[in-house]
Write a protein that binds this ligand. Structure first.
Ligand SMILES: C[S@@+](CC[C@H](N)C(=O)[O-])C[C@H]1O[C@@H](n2cnc3c(N)ncnc32)[C@H](O)[C@@H]1O
Length: 269
């Protein structure tokens, strides 16, 4: 079969970085993820992942595991719940998570990203694709009223201007009271480094991440942005080899934990 050239640049291209890192785990016997659909997409793309992103690392797979677990818990509690994945790219949560057949999954991503997703994943009544920016509130209308809502933003908010994210969160909280939101964030030092042009490899510069926030700032910041009932942050590190040992050890110290990427779960008030 002919391979498919993704032809992505800028932030949409980063979906190939996270795909690469998840695939690194999905291809291992003892991998963190079991996901044949992910492997199918990974192999079908005509893209030199190692040249751009280097050797696959488990970071994004371990992040995906946290998101999967949260989604499973949500669906156990709300079998007919609505899941909105903002900036979903080539994520394949829905192939890893069995649902009752009543849930509604909505992917919101930029048109060029939806186009490549649809080369592999067809939308249907229960799995909708919305080709819009997450900042375009028209996607709100895709969410049927009266159902529990879980919104995820995996690898997205760091790429958006923080004032835009603040306003989106405020509007989501108003429109979807009691909804859950799960997203990850990067610390200030990493955001600053990307604004200066941080290279991942000689062939790939990480797109600017204008929003960086340290761990202890998250709760007060979110509470000032939107009506929130709960705000909880947690780690998602899982590195193999020496990185696993080093980062695991460093995370025991508040100084380093403060400066590491993390995941936050919010319940809107
Ligand atoms: C790092 S990738 C993450 C993809 C996926 N969530 C994952 O974890 O593999 C960033 C994603 O954000 C999407 N994106 C960038 N700007 C966006 C916007 N304004 N609205 C919605 N999605 C956006 C990109 O198209 C891409 O799919």
């Amino acid at each position: 079969m002919d391979k498919i050239a993704p032809n992505l640049t800028g932030v949409p291209e980063t979906m190939l970085w996270t795909l690469h890192n998840r695939a690194g785990e999905a291809l291992r016997e003892d991998g963190l993820l079991h996901d044949p659909k992910l492997v199918e997409i990974y192999r079908a793309l005509d893209y030199d992942y190692e040249a751009s992103f280097g050797e696959a690392r488990p970071s994004h797979a371990s992040r995906a595991v946290v998101f999967d677990n949260e989604l499973r818990a949500f669906l156990n509690a709300h079998p007919d719940g609505v899941i909105v994945n903002l900036g979903e790219g080539l994520e394949t949560h829905r192939f890893r998570i069995a649902d009752s057949g009543e849930a509604l999954w909505i992917t919101v991503d930029l048109p060029e990203s939806i186009a490549i997703r649809e080369r592999f994943i067809e939308p249907d009544e229960r799995h909708r694709h919305v080709a819009l920016s997450a900042l375009d509130r028209r996607w709100f209308d895709e969410v049927p009223p009266g159902r529990a809502v879980f919104i995820t933003a995996q690898g997205l908010f760091m790429y958006l201007p923080p004032e835009e994210t603040a306003s989106l969160l405020r509007d989501m909280a108003q429109r979807f009271p009691k909804a859950r939101l799960l997203f990850d964030h990067v610390p200030r030092w990493l955001s600053k480094a990307t604004l200066k042009g941080r290279r991942l490899t000689p062939n790939f510069t990480i797109p600017p991440m204008p929003w960086g926030i340290d761990r202890s700032e998250i709760e007060p910041t979110l509470r000032s942005w939107a009506a929130t009932e709960t705000v909880e942050s947690f780690d998602y590190r899982f590195y193999r080899g020496w990185r696993g040992l080093l980062f695991g050890w460093l995370s025991r110290f508040a100084f380093w934990r403060e400066r590491m990427p993390a995941i936050t779960r919010v319940t809107f008030g």
